[in-house]
Design a protein around this ligand. Structure first.
Ligand code: PHE
Length: 339
């Protein structure tokens, strides 16, 4: 049995074969166990000697089995290494770098621009309360202008914010005016009940901006907006303010920039007016200040709200807003930029 067993161990060519041999020799129903089971038929005087021999043989088999197994594993690894050899002369594969999303290009640039002028970047929650988005912004529950924004309500008090203007109220409430002027920009996602098409999306990006101090005038607003527009759309752009209406600003304006497609002469993009509307703004309504506990007889300032999607559409000449959100790599790749 000894020689036969060792022979079988040597011949096993795979781990499975070796395992079969192991079961056959030293397993619970193996040869050695069989001998031990038949001890009762052996005369008592020889049992001890045979028992010892069986144990010795089991140790021998186990040692050889373990050895054979490690040899097999080693051979397997050798073979694998051989097969998986790396051909260092093959040309390398080009790693595809991602590109920044066009809206983020505009956003990052604007943040840098405003930080450079001493503004702080804040971020309000996307699930906001009616309190901040509307009530604090001078839109009580029965205000007709609530219809200007088709809001997704979660329950009577919570909603997906339809504008980032709630960030104004949050900033005003927290601010300590003994430390100087409040200057903040608040970018983020906003949501409106809209049927998606080439020019509408139920979710888009806004950036709120606000400056509050003593003696701030409409001239400060105009200068700030004009500089921003030139920064984003080019120094040659002309800008103009048109009167408008927002419940949280008085007076309210919308800003147009001269059409960069036709240089203000009139084309299909600007509907032959020479101008393209880019944002809403105005002087912060005293009620907004008072609601947040700020003395409107001392402090005042301006606020503006920028549609970042709109900026990106205009700047890059994109004709379908849905391109921003479908993550087609062919679209996104166009915005690879040198940093
Ligand atoms: N929140 C306004 C909008 O979504 C934009 C705005 C912001 C206007 C701040 C005035 C001041 O249309």
């Amino acid at each position: 049995l000894r020689d036969q067993g060792l022979g079988e161990i040597d011949q096993a060519k795979s781990e499975e074969m070796l395992n079969d041999v192991r079961v056959k020799l030293v397993g619970r129903k193996g040869e050695l166990t069989k001998i031990l089971h038949s001890m009762k038929d052996i005369e008592p005087g020889r049992r001890r000697e045979i028992g010892q021999q069986v144990n010795k043989l089991r140790d021998l088999f186990n040692t050889r089995l373990d050895h054979a197994k490690s040899e097999l594993v080693k051979a397997l690894i050798e073979k694998q290494l051989e097969q998986e050899k790396v051909d260092v002369t093959l040309p390398g594969r080009v790693a595809h770098l991602g590109s920044k999303h066009p809206i983020n290009i505009i956003l990052d640039d604007l943040e840098k621009y405003f930080i450079g002028m001493g503004y702080e970047v804040v971020q309000g929650p996307e699930i906001e309360t009616d309190h901040y988005v509307f009530e604090m912004m001078n839109l009580p529950k029965d205000h007709p202008a609530r219809d200007m924004q088709e809001t997704f309500y979660i329950d009577p008090e919570r909603l997906l914010r339809s504008q980032t203007s709630g960030d104004q109220a949050r900033a005003l409430e927290k601010f300590d005016f003994s430390k100087g002027p409040l200057k903040m920009v608040g970018p983020g996602k906003v949501y409106r009940r809209d049927d998606d098409d080439a020019t509408h999306s139920h979710q888009f990006m806004q950036m709120e901006g606000m400056l509050i101090d003593e003696n701030i005038t409409m001239g400060d607003l105009k200068g700030t907006l004009e500089m921003m527009a030139k920064h984003v759309f080019g120094q040659d752009r002309q800008t103009r303010l048109r009167p408008s209406y927002f419940p949280f600003t008085e007076p309210s304006v919308e800003m147009d920039v001269s059409c960069f497609n036709c240089d203000g002469k009139g084309c299909a993009i600007c509907k032959h007016t020479g101008w393209i509307e880019v944002l809403g703004a105005g002087m912060v309504h005293p009620n907004v200040l008072e609601n947040a506990g700020v003395d409107s007889s001392v402090y005042g300032g301006f606020a503006f709200g920028v549609g970042l999607d709109r900026f990106a559409i205009l700047k890059y000449g994109i004709d379908d807003i849905r391109d921003f959100y479908t993550n087609d790599v062919r679209f996104l790749e166009q915005f690879c930029q040198e940093e």
